[in-house]
Design a binder for this molecule. Structure first.
Ligand code: NI
Length: 179
């Protein structure tokens, strides 16, 4: 089962800094990206970073159609980003509940900048630049953090805003989630 390939919090690999990808257009890079999409989809995830499957490479994938894990989120285009970078456009922060495939069954309230612009390369070696806000910016920033060994609980301001999905649902803090 692909989901069992996802490293979970506590694994020291998730705390390491990933390396820049030297050969962006190589077959190897394409294979990694394919494996990441397959793994993400099998787990119903909205995003995945290479360290989560044990590879310390600066590659992230994300995208959201309609996702049962995030019933209220707006859609985000299916995206692969190699060697991503970003700048904050609107540094005012907004809070939302985040989850992570490396921290199954839990959610935490995280503050992130409202709007960013990110740049990266695709597997064709094309450079892309996109402005993103709301959930799109959030999912980018969450995945980008993974490349620097940062996990979302590190960014929770109040530890009371962290818990099991079932408990948070019952408390009415998050909408009903199907994992
Ligand atoms: Ni994550």
């Amino acid at each position: 089962m692909p989901e069992t390939n996802i490293l979970r919090i506590g694994n020291p690999i998730l705390r390491q800094k990933s390396d820049l990808v030297a050969d962006i257009t190589s077959e190897e890079t394409k294979n990694i990206v394919q494996k990441m999409f397959d793994t993400m989809k099998a787990a119903n995830g909205a995003g995945l970073a290479a360290p989560q499957i044990g590879l310390l490479s600066r590659i992230i994938v994300f995208g959201l159609d309609k996702n049962p894990r995030y019933p209220d989120a707006e859609t985000v285009p299916m995206t692969v980003l190699i060697n991503p970078e970003y700048e904050v456009i609107d540094k005012e922060e907004e809070a939302a509940w985040e989850g992570c495939l490396s921290i199954p069954g839990m959610r935490g309230k995280v503050y992130r900048p409202k709007e960013i612009v990110y740049t990266a390369y695709t597997t064709n070696g094309e450079r892309i630049e996109r402005t993103a806000k709301g959930f799109h910016a959030r999912v980018f920033l969450h995945e980008f953090d993974h490349l620097d060994g940062v996990l979302y609980p590190d960014r929770i301001k109040n530890v009371a805003d962290f818990g099991y999905i079932e408990e948070l649902e019952q408390a009415g803090l998050i909408p009903k989630v199907e994992e």
